[in-house]
Ligand binder design. Structure first.
Ligand SMILES: NC(=O)c1ccc[n+]([C@@H]2O[C@H](COP(=O)([O-])OP(=O)(O)OC[C@H]3O[C@@H](n4cnc5c(N)ncnc54)[C@H](OP(=O)(O)O)[C@@H]3O)[C@@H](O)[C@H]2O)c1
Length: 295
């Protein structure tokens, strides 16, 4: 397939490019800067200059593609509604071109908060009020009724590996700053995890074969106690490991407190059965023990 991908220069996207190329696909990645275009080209894909802020500029490249993967997003937590509004413009622009084509349209989602208090499955639908972005994913999945083979890959909150700049890297930075590695409450709340390379393979499998309207879980480990994550970070940095009272989580962790205190256990059974996905790379605690998060 000729695949158009947003977020191609990002953490997950830059692993998806080689995954797609090695399966024989051609990839064109959205680049908003010279640096992003160079990163995309260095991975062997073509760069298309444009921006998520100008969705109409994406129409032609979408029209000449056999499938679209949309991973690009503005993660500025101080602009959550604005970022979701921009994203809405992008998915609507892509969706309007793909309607009636039966071509695949894969978007990114997350698993935190979709099934509070129990193990989330692929059949769970997030509450529309969960995040300003939730409605955009719902819109994409609804395109299944308009002749688009749309799907959502819901990533674990940590897509880990060497070079990660996401939640785990943030927790490491907070521990360094505080001089302690904390967990919230008794640390029994769990986070699911997936290695970046396994996540990239699932994105390819979704592009190639996810049924229209399906949600997939990029979750290799269904739930790791956050206390174990804090212990691994404390060990890696040589810092004391401490419990942080739930009421003090925002003060200690900042915006991360809400996420690190959440229980987000999620299963992958349906994803494995549907697409034959079989995560094989090392787990989060093994990656933390490898040392690269602390260099
Ligand atoms: N990583 C995780 O643990 C995780 C967990 C759950 C969900 N997700 C979701 O998975 C997707 C990929 O995540 P990621 O970790 O790979 O994100 P990332 O590393 O932050 O990459 C974001 C990508 O979006 C691009 N982008 C941002 N604003 C743009 C704009 N205005 N125009 C064009 N491109 C723009 C960036 O381009 P530049 O290179 O130019 O900055 C980059 O390629 C996201 O939708 C994210 O929300 C990720």
């Amino acid at each position: 397939m000729r695949v158009f991908m947003t977020g191609a220069s990002g953490w997950i996207g830059s692993a998806v490019i080689p995954e797609l190329l090695s399966a024989g696909h051609q990839v064109t990645g959205l680049a908003r800067s010279d640096a992003s275009a160079a990163a995309i080209a260095a991975l062997g894909a073509d760069a298309f200059r444009g921006s998520l802020d100008d969705p109409s500029g994406l129409r032609d490249v979408v029209a000449t593609s056999d499938g679209v993967i949309h991973l690009g997003y503005n993660h500025d937590f101080s602009q959550m509604q604005a970022a979701a509004d921009t994203d809405r413009g992008v998915v609507e622009a892509i969706g309007s071109v793909l309607k009636g084509s039966d071509r695949p349209f894969v978007v990114a989602g997350g698993v935190i908060g979709i099934a509070p208090g129990r193990v989330a499955t692929e059949n769970d639908q997030p509450d529309p009020g969960l995040h300003p972005r939730t409605a955009n994913v719902d819109y994409v999945l609804s395109l299944a009724n308009d002749g688009v083979r749309s799907s959502c890959v819901r990533f674990a909150p940590t897509v880990h590996g060497e070079g990660d700049h996401g939640f785990i890297a943030t927790l490491v930075a907070i521990a360094r700053e505080r001089g302690t590695s904390g967990y919230v409450g008794d640390g029994s709340n769990c986070w699911p995890a997936v290695h970046r390379a396994d996540a990239a393979r699932l994105v390819r499998l979704a592009l190639e074969g996810a049924p229209a309207g399906s949600s997939l879980h990029a979750v290799a480990e269904s739930g790791i106690p956050t206390k174990a994550i804090a212990q691994a970070i404390g060990t890696g940095l040589g810092l004391p490991i401490v419990a942080v009272a739930r009421d003090d989580a925002a003060e200690h962790f900042g915006w991360m407190g809400r996420f690190f205190g959440a229980n987000a256990t999620a299963s992958n059974t349906m994803t494995r059965e549907l697409l034959g996905w079989n995560p094989t790379h090392q787990g989060l605690l093994e990656d933390l023990a490898a040392g690269f998060y602390f260099r």
